[in-house]
Write a protein that binds this ligand. Structure first.
Ligand SMILES: Cc1ncc(C[n+]2csc(CCOP(=O)(O)OP(=O)(O)O)c2C)c(N)n1
Length: 553
């Protein structure tokens, strides 16, 4: 059969039901094959970057590789930010780009670009095809690579003529590699780790996104409960530990909760599960590691000792490792520690007074979407609103919080929301939270949201500025604001309405409460513009000091 048809057949065999993309000359043969395939829903976005973010959102929600396709040259280069975003957050993705025919390669041909070379550092693996026979095995292998071990994006660049070539179709299902039984050395390290946990006086667990990817929520909860361990989460780990659990201290890091950051700073043992000790999590590394020991659990051995020289590194399947660590009877010597922790929790409890500011808006969203029998996912963009959402919106389940953690990509939110909503269909509804800067980056996806009639509630926090940049200019540049305030007052409601979406302007807390609760009642695309004054996200840690030293505003 034709190469293009074999690719589509292979995608179907890998349970791909949704593909995001944008057409162009070199990928058109694949579009022609997709046109004939009724079991695959093709979603035409308005930009290739959005196709990648949407596939990424779909993957984060489903746990399966997201698929996006684009043409050669500008189509492929437009995908780059989306691929890098997925790579930094270990999201499985299969990216297919069309390429100029193999006979024209290397001749500066129209829309030729070396996307293989360009994306080499931001993919888990890339396929550059020399022969049409390699086409099908490459697509099959791409799924296996994207979804095994530490997950990530895989790119296949396909010269146009290979789509027309005659290839043999051979079925090959991806088999997720099951972890082998841990070897003896591993068991010794695990036993040592348990000793450390039992001896620690001030232990703490940092739950990262890897626990979600490793589907190890239950094990993590049992592990923490067994040893009475306090738990904080990273930005990517939000949702993995139920926010109302008595052991949960909150989100920790640069803009983390003060109680959570204090707990990490004062701990004598950190057990990091599926977290890579990113710089936003640790702040100044020397101060961070001072007087502490570490147990680092990660699926990727390359993570162990990368940022923090861990006393004990346990690389492998998160579920298996946590189970191994639960094999001893605990001795509870953390009572004094818990007294300290509870005091901080009380001292730093946030006082929601209902005033019209972003924390209170986020708190209201949190209360509304967490009502009994309600099931919502929150997808954010990047900036102050993202940090406020992380601090104030409670999440209880994995895969109900989606954000660009590693790359911090403005414009991620709306297209990712589309991917998430398409996966969840009627089962879980998306609330998208953006800043007025972020929404301008990929706001054209309101078109896709409207065209597909997706019931996403998109909340724009309109502070007429790039708030996070203003904040940095206040803290580090002596309040010399430059290029961080928008001179032209854009009418976001008109913009959303031009796509046929209902949009509301909000100017007070009462307005917001009314509009947001109405939006929940109506199952259709909606945009709410929260017109609000500029503010600063607190807490913010001093990056040059320990993570329990905070900037004064
Ligand atoms: C693509 C991209 N460009 C630039 C940045 C740097 N950056 C981080 S936050 C931010 C401002 C975000 O502004 P807005 O979306 O209005 O959100 P706010 O901070 O006001 O809530 C910028 C420019 C980024 N993260 N991503």
């Amino acid at each position: 059969m034709r190469g293009s048809e074999a690719v589509v057949k292979c995608l179907k065999a890998h349970d791909v039901d949704t593909i995001f993309g944008y057409p162009g000359g070199m990928i058109l043969p694949l579009f022609e094959a997709l046109r004939k395939e009724k079991d695959i829903n093709f979603v035409l976005t308005t930009h290739e970057q959005s196709a990648a973010h949407a596939a990424d959102g779909y993957a984060r929600a489903s746990g399966k590789p997201g698929v996006c396709i684009a043409t050669s040259g500008p189509g492929a280069t437009n995908l780059v930010t989306g691929i890098a975003t997925a790579f930094m957050d270990s999201v499985p993705m299969v990216v297919i780009t069309g390429q100029v025919p193999s006979t024209l390669l290397g001749r500066d041909s129209f829309q030729e670009t070396d996307i293989f070379g360009i994306t080499m550092p931001i993919t888990k693996y890339s396929f550059k095809l020399d022969r049409a026979e390699d086409l099908l095995p490459a697509v099959q292998e791409a799924f296996e690579i994207a979804s095994s071990g530490r997950e990530g994006p895989v790119l296949i660049d396909i010269p146009k003529d290979f789509f027309y070539a005659d290839v043999k179709y051979k079925e090959k299902k991806v088999e997720k590699k099951i972890d082998k039984r841990p070897d003896a050395d591993f068991l010794i390290y695990a036993a040592e780790a348990i000793d450390k946990i039992m001896q620690a006086e001030r232990p703490i667990v940092i739950a990262g996104g890897g626990v979600i990817l490793g589907q190890a929520q239950e094990e993590l909860i049992s592990f923490a409960e067994k040893y009475d361990l306090p738990v904080v989460s990273t930005l990517m780990g939000i949702g993995v530990f139920p926010n109302n659990h008595p052991l949960y201290m909150g989100f920790a890091g640069l803009h983390g909760r003060k109680a959570a950051n204090n707990a990490v700073a004062e701990a004598d043992l950190i057990i990091a599960a599926g977290s890579r000790f990113g710089d936003r999590q640790t702040g100044n590394l020397d101060k961070y590691v001072h007087n502490k020991s570490f147990i680092h659990i990660d699926i990727d051995p390359a993570e162990i000792d990368k940022n923090v020289h861990s006393s004990i590194g346990l690389a492998g399947n998160m579920k298996t490792i946590l189970q191994l660590l639960m094999q001893r009877t605990p001795v509870n010597n953390v009572k004094t520690w818990w007294t300290m922790l509870k005091n901080w929790q009380k001292k730093y409890m946030y006082n929601y007074d209902g005033s019209y500011d972003v924390p209170n808006v986020m708190h209201y969203i949190s209360q509304t979407i967490n009502k009994k029998n309600a099931d919502f996912a929150v997808v954010t963009d990047v900036g102050q609103h993202q940090m406020w959402a992380a601090q104030h919106i409670k999440r209880y389940k994995p895969r109900t919080w989606f954000t660009s953690g590693g790359l911090g990509t403005m414009g991620f939110g709306l297209p990712a929301s589309i991917g998430v909503q398409l996966y969840y269909k009627n089962k879980r509804r998306v609330v998208h939270i953006a800043g007025d800067g972020s929404i301008k980056m990929t706001g054209s996806e309101y078109y896709t949201m409207a065209a597909l009639n997706l019931p996403i509630i998109s909340v724009i926090i309109n502070n007429e500025s790039l708030g996070m940049i203003r904040q940095l200019q206040k803290v580090f540049y002596g309040e010399k604001y430059f290029s961080s305030e928008f001179a032209y007052k854009m009418d976001y409601a008109k913009y959303a309405k031009s796509f046929g979406i209902t949009a509301y302007n909000v100017y007070s807390m009462d307005d917001f409460i009314e509009v947001f609760s109405n939006a929940i009642e109506q199952n259709k695309p909606q945009v709410i513009i929260v017109n609000i004054s500029k503010g600063f996200v607190e807490p913010m840690t001093r990056t040059d000091s320990g993570i329990n030293t905070f900037v004064d505003f």
